[in-house]
Design a protein around this ligand. Sequence first.
Ligand SMILES: *Cc1c(COP(=O)(O)O)cnc(C)c1O
Length: 430
Amino acid sequence: MTYSKSTLWHPFTQHGIAPDSIAIDHAKGAYLYDKDGKRIIDAISSWWVITHGHCNPTIVEAVQKQAAKLDQLIFAGFTHDPAEKLAEKIIHHTGGFYDHVFYSDSGSTAVEVALKMALGYWENKGKSRRKIIALEHGYHGDTFGAMSTGARSVYNRAYEPFLFEVEHIPVPFEGEESKSFEALERILKNNVDDVACFIFEPLLQGAGGMHLYSAEALKTLCDMCKKHDVFLIADEIMTGFGRTGTFLACDQAGINPDIMCLSKGLTGGFLPMSATICTSDIYQAFYSTDKSKMFFHSSSFTANPISCAAAVASLEVWENEDVQGRIDAIAKLHKNALKSLGARPDVENTRLLGTMMAFDIIAEEGGYLSSIQPYLYDFFLSRNILLRPLGNTVYILPPYCVSEKDLEEIYDTLHLALDSLRDERQQCAV
Ligand SMILES: *Cc1c(COP(=O)(O)O)cnc(C)c1O
């Protein structure tokens, strides 16, 4: 290994083997452009955040206007129009069930806020419920609370001794639902009056490997929790804003969690921002004349006006354009593509939910560190497509503006990549 120094320390990057990072100059719609004008299809929405497309003109205009008017403002004791307007829109778009919106700046912090709301609720009520239930294979972010609720894996092995205890139950995968229900029932029964909340990624577990489980199973888990007054925390950070085919994944399960975390697609992926939304029951547990009962949390950039303006504009795109039509069209094309991909002998576990399609490549060594991953990543990039498999799981998660032609190109390239991988393996076997 030759030591090559990079001033920038990139996320999820092993600099000892990573090639130089690709410098992007500008982006538009579903495309990234490098300095030489080379065009790359962003088939994973720049890590799942871009919804309508890069540099959406409605959002660009709103951000430019807001930037010239009010840049940043302390949000304790002060408020501003973009924050107020956004809160109204969030409550409207999430079905009118929620009463309060708490802003922060990333998905991880939205999760920390949600956990602190649930645990703080029980403290303020003098009941001190302290157990948190989460799903196996989950991912809720990289801060310590979020890591604690997520799966224990190579991602966080070094920090495991510092993570707090969380009860992880099996995911109710198809055919294994009863295992999950029984585990939850056992925990609820053995810890009566001690479980504070159940946190989950609804229907689709992203970073854990694009795993799906059914809306019915989720509804059952939630009903069981509600019988024991356990708060439901939906982490809709990746699933929200149309990703799974409906505005929220929870809509498909017919559930109304007490607390919901929103981020990634909140601003259309334009600027960092998150919101933790909750019912008045939660809010009222902190509402008092006693200062020590207030919610002790803030980030410096809470409710940044420019981020709020971007989010308002993104929701206006939802209101004024046929976003749902675009999502449905992608889902239909994905479904077709999966037929031929699923028929291949080297592919298994095809899955589809809204704009997300995924499959596993049958491999001897699976998992996040699978050697198939870098091979495929390079293969796609050499054909000007950004796809970033999770180990031997390949998934597509495009911006909603992606064209049919681009999707067809991506699907064709998937077949080419699989053929190439097969030929490579045969050569190795000789
Ligand atoms: C990305 C993600 C997070 C963390 O969001 P950050 O903005 O990266 O902190 C949390 N939960 C889920 C489900 C995510 O996909």
